[in-house]
Design a protein around this ligand. Sequence first.
Ligand code: EPZ
Length: 419
Amino acid sequence: MDSLKIKGGRPLKGDVEISGAKNAALPVMAAALLTGGAHSLKRIPNLRDIATMGKLLSYMGAEYHYDQGAVTLETSRIKKHEAPYDLVKTMRAAVLVLGPLVARFGNASVSLPGGCAIGARPINLHLMGLEKMGARITLESGYVHARASRLKGATICFDMPTVTGTENLMMAACLAKGTTVLENAAREPEIVDLADCLAAMGAKIYGAGESTIEIQGVDELRPIAAYAVIPDRIETGTFMAIAAACAGDVTLKGCRPDHLDSVIMKFKDAGVAFHETKKGLRVVGPRRLTARDIKTTPYPGFPTDMQAQFMAMMTVALGTSVVKETIFENRYMHVAELKRMGADISIEGGIATIRGTEKLKGAPIMATDLRASASLVVAALCARGESIIHRIYHLDRGYDHMDEKLRGIGAQVERIKSS
Ligand code: EPZ
């Protein structure tokens, strides 16, 4: 397992090219199952999770090819309607094939994703929606089996906004007979991106990005034609956090600031300056950040995927900040590692209190999940001395060439290959 060796405290200045969004690319790749033919996708990031989705689609019978951000998929000869455990356990987003498979083929067997480091991650709302659309759902030996001669339109109200639940059911509804209404739907930009891609395939979708989405089912869809996914707002936010924590001056090229309103507002409150320039969004961190509180909520609130990175910033801020994670029940795995670097953090009743300190000290630390590993990168870059971040395969799941991009802005980062 590879590690990252980071020598902290260096001034960070320069440009970063933001890659395509992992959480937009994954559902768009699954949407290719909705119809046969040759699909082409653009601005697909070079990530482990993308490779895993490609492996899963190939296992089903698709022809998958990835070349420098461009993906081609041929899905006319899908033979297996199944997502096996050994693939799903490494990437929960594999559950996104469930809706398209039932919609197009009338059956699907998908391994239950199981929990992960940040929480139990159930999919009961995905299954509730498919049942309302007429699917017969059975659970057996860790697999979900869904059967339906043809899905029918239904009104589905989610107990809470679920991103992949909204995506799964939006895709299933595209080929259902009649109209489906999703209420209390997730509003993330990745939902809008998927809806735009489905509309380009001929789907009739209205209201994506709002809490109520209407989908009028059609009989057939066209293959995806050169659809470019949106830039990754969490990669963008992560580099904002790096500039903020390290008093850096970094210009983020090809990003969408409008996808990060709540994050930018909070960062400005903490003393970070933003300038929209011709090259991109310039982010200038202050000599020292001011402590601010956050509470994670569904989009357009402060995103849970930025909580760990923001906490890392607050460990060296002036003052005390309070972080409340409301989306996942166990998303504080980064706290113990930050404390090894000298951070002063305590957790009581699901709320983290961070008392800012002048400087962190480099240390050997361990990544536990994707965004926790990003948080450790932020901390290691602003710490005094050297850190070694172990198990960075977590980082490689969601960040495209992070070490190269960091060296591009002056960071001293070296990837240590495991023997
Ligand atoms: C998506 O996960 C993202 N993943 C996550 O990003 C992100 O953290 C999360 O949305 C929240 O924004 C992808 O898009 C591939 P949810 P998802 O369903 O869809 C509960 C990353 O870092 N829930 O929106 O799995 C659930 O337990 C990843 O890139 C149910 O109870 O999350 C959670 O408390 C990590 N039953 C809440 O809803 C269900 O059937 C929101 O989860 C579904 C969800």
